[in-house]
Design a protein around this ligand. Structure first.
Ligand code: ADP
Ligand code: 5GP
Length: 192
């Protein structure tokens, strides 16, 4: 593995429940001074353990819509009935701390960010199968049955989108340690 890493921001996307947060938590714990999370805004409520300003900036719809009007967002989208968006400030805050930004966004965000000058690298995280995805989403214990179903419906679209070649690399999150090793290979070796 190369000792360097590309200065281009990393965008990680993939179905809700595919393991993006789990892998990123490991990465930030191992490299606290190197990578920084681009903290998105969302109108969904916090899950147990999610801190405001760390996992997301949790805001109500009027506040989110004010930020849209103020053109604060690099990109924003609606997912499963809620707004999600990356502010320009969120990405700048990471850079100000001298770290490389990592964005966790959905496929609409990927399409939007590709139309900006962020010059990011795109990673798709896939579950081993839709059945396993459902088991993991249910096992996380954070979603109502209706929310699980919406996320499963969206997962099919995310997986279809990943076949269009929009991403630089796809990783299947089967065994966590192996997926984490592949994530690091991608981040530290831009040719991977
Ligand atoms: P996302 O951030 O993509 O929505 P999470 O990181 O919250 O997904 O993962 C969804 C659930 O799956 C969590 O309960 C997590 O502990 C579990 N999980 C993640 N990766 C694996 C894995 N490789 N094997 C088994 N369970 C996993
Ligand atoms: P969750 O509610 O599971 O945290 O996230 C739901 C989906 O929203 C995931 O696919 C996640 O990647 C995406 N998401 C999170 N933040 C943003 C964002 O700022 N912009 C966009 N477009 N999607 C986001």
């Amino acid at each position: 593995m190369s000792s360097g890493y590309s200065l281009r921001p990393i965008v990680i996307s993939g179905p809700s429940g595919s393991g993006k947060s789990t892998l990123l938590k490991k990465l930030f714990a191992e490299y606290p001074d190197t990578f920084g999370f681009s903290v998105s805004h969302t109108t969904r409520g916090p899950r147990p353990g999610e801190e405001n300003g760390i996992a997301y900036h949790f805001v109500d719809r009027p506040s989110f819509e004010k930020l849209i009007e103020a053109k604060a967002f690099l990109e924003h989208a609606q997912f499963s009935g809620n707004y999600y968006g990356t502010t320009i400030q969120a990405v700048q805050d990471v850079a100000k701390g001298g770290k490389l930004a990592i964005l966790d966004i959905d496929m609409q965000g990927v399409i939007s960010v590709k139309n900006t000058d962020l010059n990011a690298r795109y990673l798709f995280l896939s579950p081993p199968s839709l059945e396993i995805l459902r088991t993991r989403l249910e096992g996380r214990g954070t979603e109502s049955p209706e929310s699980v179903q919406k996320r499963m419906d969206q997962a099919i679209k995310e997986i279809e989108f990943s076949k269009t070649g929009a991403h630089d690399k796809a990783i299947v999150n089967d065994d966590l340690d192996r997926a984490y090793k592949e994530l690091k290979e991608f981040i530290f070796d831009p040719s991977a």
